[in-house]
Design a protein around this ligand. Sequence first.
Ligand SMILES: NC(=O)c1ccc[n+]([C@@H]2O[C@H](COP(=O)([O-])OP(=O)(O)OC[C@H]3O[C@@H](n4cnc5c(N)ncnc54)[C@H](OP(=O)(O)O)[C@@H]3O)[C@@H](O)[C@H]2O)c1
Length: 217
Amino acid sequence: MARSVNRALPNLGKALAIAAGQTGAKVICAGRRKDRIQQTAEEVTKAGGVGTAVEMDVTDPKSVEKGVKQAEKSGPIEILINNAGIITGLKPVQELPIEEWDKIMATNVRGPYLLIRAILPGMLQRGFGRIVNISAPIKHLPKATAYCASKCALDSLSKAVSYEVKGTDVLVNAVEPPFLDTEMHKGGKKPEEVVPQILELAALETGSQSGRIVKLA
Ligand SMILES: NC(=O)c1ccc[n+]([C@@H]2O[C@H](COP(=O)([O-])OP(=O)(O)OC[C@H]3O[C@@H](n4cnc5c(N)ncnc54)[C@H](OP(=O)(O)O)[C@@H]3O)[C@@H](O)[C@H]2O)c1
């Protein structure tokens, strides 16, 4: 299901990037497919922001380190949205190949960990940061064990980090979008419909709540 065929379908990351662009933001569009991130970055710029494409595989520490360094050339990273995620076809746990489990966990949990690890120190040093982790409402769906486990782990990561940075102006929250009509799922809400709620969390006022897992309507 992930990285599958229809390249014309939108995704949540792209919708978030363009909407952020409309506010005039500098937006780093990170991902593995150069053509896709380049196109999104151009659309961000057309929308009134400044889009920059940065090739990155979130599962790979070297790629994350290099990508973050490249991104920081545009300025300090104030907001991190951990959106990259994959799911694979439904299958009973005993038939789930170990490589598939590892790949899902690497993308959906290790990726956000690596990015937080790379970006949080700068946020703490500057005394400001907003982190939004894109989780999912699916937490216990039979035959989707790896995806469910990965999103539960992401929620835990999100809350634990928020407690670690309590008392600072770095706020860490997670969101559970409903089914979205994207390359991943096909069918459901348009990604644009949940974008305002996610961007609200990315722009929380100082003193706002942190460590929340917010169910999106
Ligand atoms: N669609 C839904 O119904 C739904 C519902 C709830 C939550 N979510 C969550 O929302 C997020 C976005 O999902 P979506 O529906 O927009 O999925 P999507 O259309 O499949 O997009 C996934 C994005 O993740 C990127 N990605 C995947 N693996 C990556 C890697 N190793 N390194 C860097 N980027 C990687 C992909 O870019 P490249 O392939 O170019 O790298 C793509 O931009 C995911 O975390 C998903 O779990 C989705």
